[in-house]
Design a protein around this ligand. Structure first.
Ligand code: PLP
Length: 486
């Protein structure tokens, strides 16, 4: 038997660490010069990496070199200033370094006693995040690996609040029809949660949205009344602040009047839009999330914290623990703590996810982060104005956030293109922009067709990058239209 696993010595760690830091520095110094994405062939890419696991350990120099040569170029560069797809997840340097420290310490924050300062920092970070979002700073909360999980757990807690503690013992057998309500624009994670919780996708009631893609409170009220009259059990309403397709924000005050009338839990999915209320210039244009019984926000999307970083809050005191607390003999604490984070979700072992958020929030401060958010909004507004002023382009949707949905709508013989041709043309434009490697956009399909989505939010993006994107979009659109038969 060998004495110990042959890990690197601390000195070797420092040496390789310096190599890695130099590689990261170079990566960021060159990021403007590399393509945002590259065309790939799945089979060829897999072959690149295929092969058995090595029997004997390899030199780190080889591993690092192959990472730089084969892995990095074949990624989509989410840190690129011309990445405008989905929602940006921009990694700031303090966040990147904190990930290394988190891995080095490798503590498990499941119990207060298993990493006291880990739980303490998480508690403070959650309070700061709640404050930035304009939510109750004394709400229960925890950090999770994604908004989808947060919504799943929030709806689990809402279910138990609706059905009472007996459901933990007896399950859903006699619970009847459990219903969840969300607009036709809500994120797919709501439907996934409803499926995972055993309610059945048919029990997700899709409340129609208005012309601006906001949930209609009158339709919600009607749906709740119909269901209650028919003996169904409403579990929760999920409102969205910053929908994925267009960045629409549901009217929370109006929805809260409806949920309060019927005594139904209001979960606010503000994964994208949750922090803009911290910006003085936007305060009056964005929704007040305090009415939510629970709230999910994603620092990984807008606060420069690297993936993954999501916060779930719940102002119904004790509701998360009511659903998820279960303490086996091997996890009791001699000295009762304020609480243990394992009590607030089904997850037991959990990393020290708070450290990177703590570093980032302290490095930039409230003013630094709100300036970043406001700057993104200004750049997006400039793009929106350019597109609105162009006769062949249409801006779709209404949002206070830095998300611009665009559609190329040229006329042919004075007539608009039929929807099918227009959708194909716009998909071809988005595809060609991404293939160029000069920018990256994503898309969505709304009730009136395909749109190109441009989300501004990378810390390295400048107004010149947004202008370059606009030129790329217009020249690509004209070339596609001239070139192909739409
Ligand atoms: C991004 C987003 C989600 C999903 O978030 P994940 O962290 O990727 O699970 C859910 N809802 C909204 C509104 C979002 O913007």
């Amino acid at each position: 038997m060998v004495d110990a696993v042959q890990d690197w010595s601390p000195a070797e760690f420092e040496k390789h660490g310096a190599e890695v830091l130099a590689a990261i520095r170079e990566h960021f110094e060159q990021i403007r010069q590399v393509p945002v994405s590259r065309p790939y062939d799945t089979r060829v890419l897999l072959e690149e990496f295929e092969g058995p696991m090595p029997d004997d350990g390899e030199e780190f120099t080889t591993i690092l070199a192959e990472t730089r040569e084969k892995v990095v170029p074949n990624l989509v560069q989410w840190n690129h200033p011309s990445f405008f797809g989905y929602f940006p997840t921009c990694a700031s340097f303090p966040g990147v370094l904190a990930e290394t420290v988190t891995a080095a310490l490798n503590v498990n924050t499941m119990l207060w006693k298993t990493s006291p300062a880990g739980s303490a920092v998480e508690t403070v970070v959650l309070r700061w995040l709640a404050d930035l979002a304009g939510y109750h700073t004394d709400a229960d909360g925890l950090l999770l690996g994604g908004a989808s999980l947060a919504t799943l757990f929030a709806l689990g807690a809402a279910r138990d609040a609706a059905l009472g503690p007996e459901v933990r013992e007896h399950g859903l057998g006699s619970a009847g029809r459990l219903r969840v309500y969300a607009s036709d624009q809500a994120h797919s994670s709501v439907e996934k949660s409803v499926i995972a919780l055993g309610f059945g996708a048919r029990n997700l009631v899709r409340v129609p949205s208005d012309a601006h893609y906001r949930m209609r409170p009158d339709e919600l009220d009607a749906a709740l009344r119909r269901d209650l009259a028919a003996g169904a059990k409403p579990v929760a309403v999920v409102a969205t602040v910053g929908t994925t397709s267009t960045g629409a924000a549901d009217d929370l005050a109006a929805l809260a009047r409806v949920t309060e009338r019927h005594g139904v839990w209001l979960h606010v999915d503000a994964a994208y839009g949750g922090f803009y209320r911290a910006c003085p210039s936007l305060r009056d244009r964005v929704e007040d999330v305090r009415v939510g019984d629970s709230l999910v926000v994603n620092p990984q999307k807008t606060l420069l914290v690297p993936l993954d970083s999501t916060a779930l809050f719940c102002r119904r005191e004790g509701a998360l623990a009511q659903s998820f607390r279960l303490v086996p003999d091997y996890l009791t604490s001699e000295r009762p703590a304020a609480f243990d984070y394992m009590d607030l979700s089904p997850q037991l072992g959990r990393g020290f996810r708070a450290l990177k958020a703590w570093w980032v929030l302290r490095t930039f401060g409230r003013n630094g982060l709100t300036a970043h958010l406001e700057r993104s909004v200004e750049m997006a507004d400039a793009l929106r104005e350019s597109a609105a002023a162009h006769e062949d382009w249409t801006v779709v949707g209404t949002t206070p956030y830095p998300l611009v949905c665009l559609r190329y709508t040229p006329k042919r013989d004075g007539e608009p293109l039929p929807r099918h041709a227009r959708d194909q043309l716009n998909a071809a434009i988005a595809g060609a922009v991404n293939e160029s490697g000069r920018a990256f956009v994503s898309h969505s399909v709304l009730r009136d067709g395909y749109v190109i989505r441009v989300a501004v939010g990378n810390a390295r993006t400048t107004p010149a990058d947004v202008r370059a994107l606009w030129r790329l979009l217009t020249t690509t659109a004209e070339a596609q239209y001239a070139d192909q038969r739409f």
